[in-house]
Design a protein around this ligand. Structure first.
Ligand code: CP
Ligand code: NVA
Length: 310
């Protein structure tokens, strides 16, 4: 089904992901190959949470397509004074050719997508981070080739938006994905697991939910993320550190992975918490390549969606 927006990872099919990745590969080789696609047009980027990579990648992607980004901080719109999401979406649709939104509630992004006449792209919510996982999948295919059959990919750490997105994209792509989190409140929610399993039943993906960090054994990639995400309460920090310390990616945990394994992290990272400095700064780490592909993939998403959908 053609999609107008990229509101949730689960709205993408495998064929759509492959189209997006193919165009991103072109933009990696020749960043200016479509440098008039958004000529004389604007893209609004509205963020109510901080961002380094997603903001810079989005603004650069718009510039590479010949457009002008309009960056709007969370406190700058009338939404803070009671204007509705739906009215805001209609107004932004008068000026911009697309809207990239980073915020807390997934339902706010869904509502923006429903009310805007322009494409709306999820730049991270508490539940999902589709543009990140597309960049990550670029790196997986660069490293291991297009056929990922027989390889296992492990996410280890907090059961947060990144864990959710790994499960869903892994399911769409028919991959073997292991998610290792503590049990209880820092695990992935049952509703995400159910949705991922429903997709996997059709795609043939193998999804494993584990509470044992050693289940990364034999993985071709070990991925982790911060233990305290944007929006999580600082009051939980010590409880999180206690529950998540066994899931830290140390040289010992990396030694369980396949010989050619890579280490991945969406960044920002906290050395000495979820990952050891030796791992993230070591030879197996591909974190800077992941950051590079944030631009190529967002450029691809914008290119396709502003031409009428994927
Ligand atoms: N990985 C990622 O989304 O980074 P930012 O929070 O800096 O955008
Ligand atoms: N889980 C992190 C991801 C940052 C890119 C957060 O939401 O803060």
């Amino acid at each position: 089904m053609q999609v107008k927006d990229l509101l949730r990872t689960e709205h993408l099919s495998r064929a759509q992901v492959e189209t997006l990745l193919a165009t991103a590969r072109d933009f990696a080789k020749n960043p200016l190959s479509a440098n008039t696609a958004l000529a004389n047009r604007t893209v609004a980027i509205y963020m109510t949470k901080p961002s380094t990579r997603t903001r810079l990648a989005s603004e650069s992607a718009v510039a590479h397509l010949g457009g002008t980004p309009i960056f709007i901080r969370g406190d700058e719109l009338q939404i803070g004074r009671g204007e509705t999401i739906s009215d805001t979406a209609r107004v932004i649709s008068q000026f911009a050719s697309a809207l990239i939104i980073r915020t807390y509630k997934q339902s706010d992004v869904d509502e923006l997508g429903a009310s805007a006449s322009i494409p709306v792209i999820n730049g991270l919510t508490d539940e999902d981070h589709p543009t990140q996982l597309l960049a990550d999948w670029m790196v997986l295919t660069e490293k291991f080739g297009d056929d990922l059959t027989g390889r296992k990919f492990a996410y280890v750490g907090d059961g947060n938006n990144m864990a959710n997105t790994w499960l869903i994209l892994g399911a769409i792509m028919g991959a073997h994905v292991v998610i290792a989190t503590p049990s209880g409140k820092f695990s992935v929610s049952q509703s995400i697991i159910d949705r991922a399993n429903a997709i996997a039943a059709k795609s043939g993906a193998k999804l494993e939910i584990s509470h044992d960090p050693d289940s990364v054994t034999g993985a071709s990639a070990i991925y982790t993320d911060v233990w305290l995400s944007m929006g999580d309460s600082d009051d939980e920090k010590s409880e999180r550190v206690k529950a998540l310390t066994p899931f830290a990616v140390t040289p010992k945990l990396m030694s369980l992975a396949a010989k050619d394994a890579i280490f991945m992290h969406c960044l920002p990272a906290h050395r000495g918490e979820e990952v050891s400095a030796e791992v993230i700064d070591g030879e197996q780490s591909v974190v800077w390549r992941q950051a590079f592909h944030r631009r190529t993939t967002i450029q691809s998403i914008l290119y396709h969606l502003t031409r009428g959908g994927i």
